[in-house]
Design a protein around this ligand. Structure first.
Ligand code: PGA
Length: 261
């Protein structure tokens, strides 16, 4: 686990974008795992800028998203498919048919999730997975209490997550209470994981994920067991880490080695 700590979320997102660019340069057919929420928006802007500048291309890439609200159509402006189109896919050269988001309207969710997992496997597995972190330590919609071996499935959101997400909906009652989500076990199979965390309201979750015990009560803590996981934090999100100076120093070396490779 490497913890990159930057002054601002822009700086942290730029560094994360550098890792994406390095992957795309090495492997144009890369398989990306993508996340929604406010956290990755700046990373996606940098990916779009790098693509527009001709530095990288996503023409041969494929993507699978982490989750989708149950009951929202892909055209709903709060669906994660809509979010991805507006915040990334319409600004890069990835063919739309190569982008995959779980179908929140699937009649048979069990069929939907098993086909989703099978498609990821068939594509060779995820090379790089982007993650945010919930204020309760969740990754994707793997809320506290989710098995660390969980697979893509139907999940119920905690009242805290519903509250956190209410800011995107007209009224709190409109926030879906269920979603389809990749499991922690599914996420852990990605070859590289990049988690982004910004702002003081993520500090407790980051502390739990990095310095707490590995526990289903903070599902991001599973990343301690991953051989190639990176946290990109701003100073506010990293503020509660005991060893933050050590992590920052070590990560600077690791990132440099990675980008020079
Ligand atoms: P946020 O959500 O990026 O909107 O803070 C992160 C998450 O819940 O995973």
């Amino acid at each position: 686990m490497e913890i990159v700590i930057c002054k601002t979320k822009e700086e942290a997102s730029r560094k994360a974008a550098d890792l994406v660019a390095a992957l795309m340069a090495k492997k144009p057919k890369a398989v990306l795992g993508l996340a929604t929420g406010s956290t990755p928006v700046q990373l996606y802007k940098y990916m779009a800028q790098d693509c527009a500048a001709g530095k990288i291309s996503f023409k041969q890439a494929k993507s699978w998203n982490l989750d989708e609200y149950l009951g929202l159509a892909p055209t709903h402006d709060q669906s994660y498919r809509y979010f991805m189109d507006k915040n990334l896919f319409e600004h890069i050269d990835i063919p739309r048919k190569n982008t995959h988001v779980l179908n929140g309207l699937a009649k048979d969710w069990k069929k939907e999730v098993s086909a989703y997992e099978a498609a990821i496997k068939k594509a060779g597995g995820i090379d790089l997975q982007v993650l945010g972190i919930g204020s309760d330590g969740h990754i994707a919609f793997n809320e506290p209490g989710s098995s660390l071996a969980s697979r893509t499935r139907l999940v119920s959101l905690t009242p805290q997550t519903v509250k956190d997400n209410a800011r995107f909906f007209k009224k709190a009652a409109d926030v879906p209470k269920q979603a389809l989500s990749m499991g922690v076990g599914t996420i852990m199979e990605a070859r590289r994981i990049i988690l982004l965390a910004f702002g003081a309201n993520k500090a407790e979750a980051v502390k739990g994920a990095v310095e707490g015990g590995v526990s289903q009560f903070c599902t991001a803590s599973a990343l301690q067991m991953h051989p190639d996981s990176w946290f990109f934090c701003d100073e506010a999100a990293a503020a509660k880490l005991k060893l933050r100076k050590y992590y920052a120093w070590r990560a600077e070396e690791a990132l440099k080695a990675e980008l020079d490779a």
